[in-house]
Design a protein. Structure first.
Length: 280
């Protein structure tokens, strides 16, 4: 399989040349993780069925030595099953379960909301021949005119940043979601962040000092700077709001980071939450 170590990869890109789709970005990283070279078939939204010989209306799609594989998750399953001697994308069933959960959460709090913040840019940055289709289809998807949906995005961006705290917690004590090295969990979330970078022309989405920055920069650098496409827009530079709204929680949230090592570690909190209670 994979003649000359090369797999044919159907891209979905904007007029900037940057890949747009989160699914397609995650798949690009997955193929590189497996050590393959990509024979990229370029293109935008118009003519996917024609480009793929009627095989699909949606991308990503790959062809491995004549074998078509569709769907980002299907491609990952195929790659791990067909090439078990190469680095695993999903090294354990728990990674599949947790990646699906994390992806669904991220879609709800970030991918979808960022899409609504930049949906008019999305259309304007697409190839000219895609504009009519994107306007029509995305207005049905979003239930509003794209300009009306995008309006007021500046007020929404701080809340989206704040909602990413679970990802910050996950990356507080490990280098990668995959642990010592990246796996498909990293690529899946990064795919959505790269989607955002392809359309966030009107504003960065995260603060310069966001704790996620180190992980994001390392993901961008992987595989010879795969994520550093010149058509992408800056992710960092969102100003801290003057009203004091926090873009991230410096101390972390939730229970896990507050490790209970005995009464010394909980005394301050106990004193605070029992203030005013009678001592008997
Ligand atoms: N379940 C599919 C979803 C793929 C998908 O929805 N791709 C979108 C791009 S984000 C697409 O090809 N859209 C083409 C269109 O809207 O015509 C997968 O994981 O690959």
């Amino acid at each position: 399989m994979a003649k000359n170590n090369t797999i044919t990869f159907y891209d979905l890109a904007l007029s900037t040349g940057a890949t747009i789709s989160p699914f397609v970005w995650a798949t690009k990283y997955a193929l590189k993780h497996k050590g393959f070279d990509l024979d990229v078939v370029p293109g935008g939204f118009t003519g996917i069925p024609e480009r793929t010989g009627g095989k699909t209306e949606r991308l990503p799609a790959i062809v491995d030595d004549g074998k078509w594989v569709l769907d980002s998750w299907g491609i990952v399953e195929y790659l791990d099953e067909t090439y078990p001697d190469r680095p695993a994308l999903i090294p354990h069933p728990s990674v599949a379960a947790l990646t699906r959960a994390m992806d669904a959460w991220f879609w709800k709090v970030a991918t979808g909301p960022w899409m609504r913040c930049f949906c008019a840019n999305y259309r304007d940055l697409a190839n000219k021949e895609d504009h009519e289709y994107i306007t029509h289809s995305r207005e049905i998807m979003l239930g509003k005119k794209l300009e009306d949906m995008q309006a007021g995005y500046e007020e929404r961006l701080p809340g989206i940043s704040a909602d990413l705290e679970p990802l910050r917690i996950a990356l507080r004590e490990v280098e990668w979601l995959g642990g010592d090295g990246p796996n498909y969990a990293d690529y899946r979330i990064m795919g959505s962040i790269l989607f955002t970078a392809s359309v966030c022309k009107t504003s960065p989405v995260l603060a310069d000092d966001d704790p996620l920055r180190d992980w994001i920069e390392r993901c961008l650098d992987l595989f010879g700077g795969l994520g550093r496409h010149p058509g992408l827009f800056p992710l960092f530079g969102l100003p801290h709001p003057e009203n004091g709204q926090e873009l991230f929680a410096p101390q972390g949230q939730g229970g896990i980071h507050k490790r209970n090592t005995g009464v010394d570690s909980t005394r301050a909190e106990s004193e605070k939450i029992t203030q005013g209670m009678s001592k008997d």
